[in-house]
Design a protein around this ligand. Structure first.
Ligand code: HEM
Length: 753
């Protein structure tokens, strides 16, 4: 999508609305459930199921072995107008069990009761052992063809379009935990290529806590809630986590990424993604290169503030999920470029002295630029969350010809773990036949039977060699798109449980990351360490982590130590000489603001013509305007989306004030303690709270007409990023410009240089 243009669906809304003489927009605010507005009375006339919402997609209708059926994707779900049993027999009644008389007891012969309850009793499957909390969406990957010179992978040929399904996730929390906790995020992409499925199972951080997969249970046990009380949920701010990472110092690089703003993304749409490991690409002639995969978001990297993240965990625990689906529904399709860093495939497997097999190390982009190879657009939400997002199964071993693995010991262990866990999670060995996992390439394996087998295999000889099935299936030759296991030379070496010495440096790149941050990002890192360690009970653990920080940077260590009230330890290794990588900072750039939420505070006395213009301008810029008023309903003809009671600052990226609403009846402090502000205020205290919070979170604020009085009462009139304009359009235009920088960082001059 051309980033200079407003998102398509939003544009359509604007065009449709432009035809209206009233100048008032038809509401097109994303999020409403169902594809048709419900009636007040219960519908009783039989009709077929309603279609999905326009933005919803579903897995293609393929057979379990990958053949296209040509059926519409709605055929994946239910059919017909009438309620039936699972066997298709129509039912007259599902509200009463079959009883011996109206007063019971229930009869064992009630097969409908038993079918309904038995199925319900087994609706839950185990959640993922990690990354349990997530959200997925469908999309399309279009290749630029720029990787053709280094890989034979067909989906990377110029102009090739490949359907994808992406699942974003947190790592530590349970399935029902909050989205905005401080954690690493998963970014797993399933490319349904016509040469077999490719899964790029990535994270939003380029390094990992451990260098060897055998340590994975250790880091996860340390990060998960304590086994005795099962608290805290979805957090690293506790003793077991810091106990482990302070002892197991190879975790320090990943830990500083988690303590940085990358640990609290604003949105899945504003996250980078990293394949972490080095992979090997092989071209038509068998030549190889080593690569690292990167996803670069069109909207730039953008994060929450820590206070926003904490508030959202209570106010809207589904914040990231909602943001993803609302953006797609609004037509602001999330977009990333896939890029690769390319390195020569030398026997040492190093680049610029960096061991490419060590997953705790990055290669700075300044040394090896990320070269764009294609574009990912997410344009469909799932039709059914369980069927698609919950049942999707990713695996690093899902590789098409042209992409191969390396000996990174973390990658090697992952190659075992995913299928192993999915056998239990998805109840048997046939989960690749679940619709969301079905390949879009012809499947002719010799795997047979097992729980939930859905393919009806023909033939009598699922073995090789055979003559009874005429020799089918046949191995593919080199010129028939066969997968290539690159014949890499394996070093002659003793069998050991050990790492190469090059894995021993645990601190230099942590320092590189720290020194690459802007002052405000450094300040956030200091606060995050201080918060997390401050939540630990044991002084020894805090002291031990301070020793690690001393090896990273004296300023970082001193500031955290001051917050904890502990002495500053001496480093045990001298802080490394490193060159910062400016590409790691997320501050100081300009980005499009598609799909962002703009709150507009109104009351009956506001300039309502101006409000209509502001809404049109916000829609026209590819964003979503939400009217905030004292109570629900409409202001003039315009629908109110949030009231002072239901709306909070954290759901808006910017705020416009069209008026200065007087305190509403439900805001009287005596009745509503959370309202908070001084009795003498002439503005509703919750509006003042909205402004104060937006200001504290460095969000752009604009006002016109009566709205300027709110800025004065909130005491923010003369701050950077606060605009009092003559008209609605001018106010929004100034705010829009500020939004391109993500936040008004200069509102908070940082103290760390
Ligand atoms: C670079 C390091 C790693 C990355 C980037 C990574 C990424 C991910 C992602 C994105 C998911 C979620 C997949 C989904 O959405 O369904 C996931 C799940 C999982 N990961 Fe990893 N992971 C890493 C390391 C490991 C290691 C070392 C192991 C084990 C040895 C492991 C085991 C698992 C398991 C068991 C799941 C759950 C899979 C399922 O139930 O479907 N991961 N990982």
């Amino acid at each position: 999508m051309d980033s200079s243009k407003p998102a398509k669906a939003v544009k359509n809304v604007v065009e449709a609305a432009a035809e209206k003489v009233t100048g008032v927009l038809t509401p097109q605010i994303p999020g409403a459930p169902g594809s048709a507005p419900p009636s007040v009375e219960e519908p009783t006339t039989p009709h077929d199921p309603l279609p999905p919402k326009p933005e919803q997609g579903a897995p293609q209708t393929r057979t379990p072995t990958g053949a296209e059926t040509g059926a519409p994707t709605t055929a994946n779900g239910q059919q017909g107008a009438h309620l039936t049993t699972s066997q298709g027999a129509r039912l007259r009644d599902t509200d009463h069990s079959l009883k011996a008389g109206p007063r019971g007891p229930i009869l064992l012969q009630d097969h409908h009761f038993r079918e309904k309850i038995t199925h319900f009793d087994h609706e839950r499957i185990p959640e993922r052992v990690v990354h349990a909390r997530g959200a997925g969406a469908h999309g399309l990957f279009t290749s630029y063809g720029t990787a053709e010179g280094v890989t034979r992978a067909g989906f990377l040929k110029k102009g090739r379009e490949t359907p994808v399904f992406v699942r974003f996730s947190t790592v530590l929390g349970s399935r029902g935990s909050a989205d905005t906790v401080r954690d690493t995020r998963g970014f797993a992409t399933k490319f349904y290529t016509d040469e077999g499925t490719f899964d790029l199972v990535a994270n939003n951080m380029p390094v990992f806590f451990i260098q060897d997969a055998i340590k994975f249970p250790d880091i996860i046990h340390a990060g998960k809630p304590h086994p005795d009380r099962e608290i805290p949920q979805a957090q690293s701010a506790h003793d077991t986590f810091w106990d482990f990472v302070s002892l197991h110092t190879e975790a320090q690089h990943h830990t500083i990424w988690n303590m940085s703003d990358r640990g609290i993304p604003r949105s899945y749409r504003t996250m980078e993604g990293f394949g972490v490991h080095t992979f090997r690409l092989v071209d038509e002639a068998g030549a190889t290169v080593l690569v690292k995969f990167h996803w670069k978001p069109k909207l730039g990297v953008h994060s929450l503030t820590w206070e926003e993240a904490q508030m959202l965990a209570g106010i809207d625990p589904d914040f990231h999920r909602r943001d993803l689906y609302d953006a797609i529904e609004a037509g602001a399709y999330p977009e990333w470029e896939l890029g690769i860093q390319v390195f020569p495939d030398t026997p040492e497997e190093t680049f610029a002295g960096i061991d490419l097999l060590d997953p705790t190390k990055i290669v700075p982009e300044e040394l090896a630029p990320v070269q764009p190879v294609g574009k990912l657009v997410l344009n469909r939400t799932p039709t059914n969350f369980f069927a698609e997002t919950e049942q999707v199964a990713f695996h690093l071993g899902h590789l098409p010809p042209g992409i191969d693995v390396t000996n990174d010991p973390l990658l090697q262990g992952r190659l075992f773990s995913y299928v192993d866990t999915q056998l239990t999670r998805l109840g048997g060995p046939n989960f690749s036949q679940i619709p969301i996992n079905r390949p879009h390439a012809a499947v002719n394996d010799m795997l047979r039977d097992g729980f939930h087998q859905q393919a009806v295999h023909a033939g009598v000889a699922p073995y090789r060699p055979n003559s009874l099935d005429g020799g089918n299936p046949f191995p593919a030759g080199d010129d028939e798109q066969a997968f290539v296991d690159v014949p890499v030379t394996v070093a002659q070496a003793p069998k050991v449980r050990a790492n190469p010495v090059s894995f021993d440096d645990h601190f230099s790149q942590v320092r590189l990351f720290w020194l690459s941050m802007s002052p405000v990002e450094k300040e956030h890192i200091v606060r995050a360490y201080t918060f997390e360690l401050g939540k630990c009970y044991h002084q020894a653990i805090k002291e031990r982590q301070l020793r690690c920080l001393a090896n990273i940077d004296p300023v970082l260590c001193a500031q955290v130590a001051a917050g904890l009230g502990l002495p500053v330890p001496e480093p045990t290794v001298p802080p490394a000489e490193v060159t910062p990588s400016p590409a790691l900072s997320q501050v100081g750039k300009q980005w499009p603001a598609d799909g962002r939420m703009v709150g507009i505070v109104v009351d009956a006395d506001s300039d309502l013509d101006g409000v209509g213009e502001a809404r049109r301008a916000v829609f026209g810029a590819g964003m979503v305007p939400l009217l905030v008023a004292a109570h629900g309903g409409t202001v003039r003809d315009m629908p109110v989306q949030r009231t002072f009671a239901t709306g909070r600052s954290v759901e808006f990226d910017a705020l416009l004030l069209a008026g200065a609403p007087a305190p509403a009846p439900d805001a009287i402090p005596a009745r509503d303690a959370k309202a908070g502000a001084a009795d003498s205020s002439t503005v509703d205290p919750r509006v003042l709270l909205l402004v104060e919070e937006c200001w504290r979170h460095a969000k752009p604020i604009g006002a016109w007409g009566g709205g300027a009085a709110v800025l004065r009462q909130a005491g923010v009139s003369d701050s950077p990023g606060v605009v009092a304009a003559d008209s609605a359009v001018d106010a929004f235009s100034a705010v829009k410009q500020l939004m391109a920088g993500h936040r008004v960082w200069e509102r908070f001059p940082a103290t760390i240089s």
